[in-house]
Design a protein around this ligand. Sequence first.
Ligand code: HEM
Ligand code: NAG
Length: 469
Amino acid sequence: MKLFTTIFYLIMFLASLLSYCLFKKDKRRHKQTARLPPGSMGWPCIGETLQMYSQDPNIFFASKQKRYGDIFKTRILGYPCVMLASPEAARFVLVTHPHLFKPTYPKSKENLIGPSALFFHQGNYHARMRKLVQTSFSPEASRKLITDIENIAISSLESWSNGQVINTFLQMKKFAFEVGVLSIFGHLEKKYTQELKENYSILEKGYNCFPTSLPGTAYHKALMARRRLNRIIGEIVQERKEKKWLASNLLGQLLNFRDEMGNTLSDEQISDNIIGVLFAAQDTTASVLTWILKYLHDDPKLLDFVKAEQKAICESENGEERGLTWSKTRQMPLTYRIILETLRKASIISFTFREATVDVEYEGYLIPKGWKVMPLFRNIHHNPEFFTDPGIFDPFRFENPPKPNTYMPFGNGIHACPGNELAKVEMLVLLHHMLTKYRWELVGSTNFIQYSPFPIPEHGLQARFKKEI
Ligand code: HEM
Ligand SMILES: *[C@@H]1O[C@H](CO)[C@@H](O)[C@H](O)[C@H]1NC(C)=O
């Protein structure tokens, strides 16, 4: 009898639990009056990817925005996406509600960079790694690197000016790579720099290729190079530990890290974050520098102005005070605005990706769990409401600060670029030497845009450099 009562109660309990769940689900359904954003999803699976890739992606997004407004849905590479082209919506995703949207990258790319790199993560681990990266790339840390960056800039320019036509983008990549290595490792033996460079360039070639573990393919070669990079970084770590040479650069920060239990980071966590930073630092900075050369070349009057600004800095130097300092890099307002305007006009990071971790309602629209969201930086930077005549390259527009949240070349919120200070300083330093001692002419056609995957002028902007005087 007792058994029967128990079973009876158990059934009652389960039934009420079930009805509670059903009811709750029902209630949820009622609450969800929010509708999906407007837009077309294209063919199932392929979606609108083909269209996006067959035309200039910027025209694709802009025409959608015109048709559907600032929030619209589409399908890219098989994933349903919601695109956000207003500053408020980008801020909602990146700044005020980042916990509802996680970073999302294809697994194959994650494996090449290293799954422990900070930008794949959220929450506690991300916050800790980010703090280390921010400390190592703070203005104070970048300040100490200026002389070393200057030496890299001087020898790069020297190597370009032997009369040969150079691919500007490729040369800028080499420059950005060396500055990246310097800021991660401090002084590093030539042998290691060379091995890192060679293997990293193999890794890079496989990054946008079809992911397959078939030997001989670019992706497979990249994976092999990635393993060798682990070994190289492992050797450097070993050496630094033996010499107890722990500096404030990123490697030093990673090696010194202890969590509240006293645990250190694993070898994988260290090398994934190092490769991650190299990856984030190189092509970005190099493509911005390439665009600066193109924009300056296209506006000879502006070029004269900025040369005058830079030459004035040399003239103010009295004998013993040669070389750049942090405070001198703060006295280049026009050069600085040229960098800001290039970041806006070229918007080399046109958008970013996140994934909704729950159903999210925004402005009456439903963003279903699992859907991707894409804040469209470029559309915001090219909206005439925020930047008058957005197609015109006009550094003087930055004499007045842009409206809040309308200018995000380095992203926004908890994943915003921690390398932005370093990036700006290394560009200022290179431009100083380039504008005071060199002339350059562009070779061949430079009017088309190539995606690498960042937009750059065609053929990487072929140029010939000459030393003045
Ligand atoms: C002009 C050059 C650069 C541009 C335009 C740029 C832009 C960006 C943007 C837009 C993001 C955010 C991406 C997102 O929210 O999904 C980002 C993140 C990041 N950038 Fe940069 N970046 C540049 C240079 C650098 C440099 C030189 C470094 C390293 C020294 C660096 C390291 C990083 C890292 C580690 C992240 C990930 C941060 C996180 O997830 O918390 N970047 N960058
Ligand atoms: C890559 O790294 C290894 C060390 O692990 C080194 O021996 C080799 O020369 C480097 N370069 C290439 C192209 O493999």
